[in-house]
Write a protein that binds this ligand. Structure first.
Ligand code: IMP
Ligand code: MG
Length: 177
């Protein structure tokens, strides 16, 4: 089996986009507090960089979901594995995700989080693959719109590997070789 790894978005481009997103969030919530809710595990690198670009009173929490399917495709069923511990009622909540793909995960999490009655719920996704969307959802803050390629690095995995790569790379595997 052969595989290739090609840089799609460099660490410098990531840093620039994360800084821009942090400025947008700072501007939108000036004078207010925010709760950043990261979706484990993919968003943890993005959240830790984004948080340092947000000049607001901010707290963190984390949520974890599992979606069934193959290693590269979600089968459409999302299950909660770990909930937040912060009460979200009346709070400005920003859900932080590595990538918005079919939109199934966000649709699931949005319903779950809105049931907690936050005063505001916004969605920040570092990457967006609009061509893959199955649900009519969009992110409020987007780093990059990317084509329908499977990417790894900067938190994103293939079977749990490659999350620690500093750049976002297109990962291609030639099955059966
Ligand atoms: P959605 O529910 O299809 O929007 O998918 C969101 C989740 O699918 C992300 O949090 C990722 O875990 C995973 N995902 C989607 N596309 C990719 C990719 O290109 N590389 C790695 N993970 C991905
Ligand atoms: Mg993931």
């Amino acid at each position: 089996m052969t595989s290739t790894m090609e840089v799609l978005i460099s660490r410098d481009q990531i840093a620039e986009a994360v800084a821009r997103m942090g400025q947008e969030i700072t501007r939108d919530f000036v004078g207010e507090s925010v709760v950043l809710v990261g979706v484990l595990k993919g968003a943890c690198l993005f959240l830790s960089d984004l948080a340092r670009q947000i000049e607001l009173d901010a707290t963190f929490d984390f949520i974890a979901v599992r979606s069934y399917g193959t290693r590269k495709e979600s089968a459409g069923e999302v299950q909660l594995i770990k909930d937040v511990t912060t009460p979200l009622e009346g709070k400005n909540v920003i859900l932080v995700e590595d990538i918005l793909d079919t939109g199934l995960t966000f649709t699931f999490l949005r319903k779950l989080l809105l049931a907690r009655k936050p005063s505001m719920l916004k969605f920040a996704a570092l990457l967006d693959k609009p061509s893959r969307r199955q649900m009519p959802v969009e992110a409020d803050y987007v780093g990059f719109k990317i084509p329908d390629k499977f990417v790894v690095g900067y938190g994103l995995d293939y079977a749990e590997r490659f999350r620690n790569l500093p750049d976002i790379c297109v990962f291609t595997e030639d099955e059966g070789k």
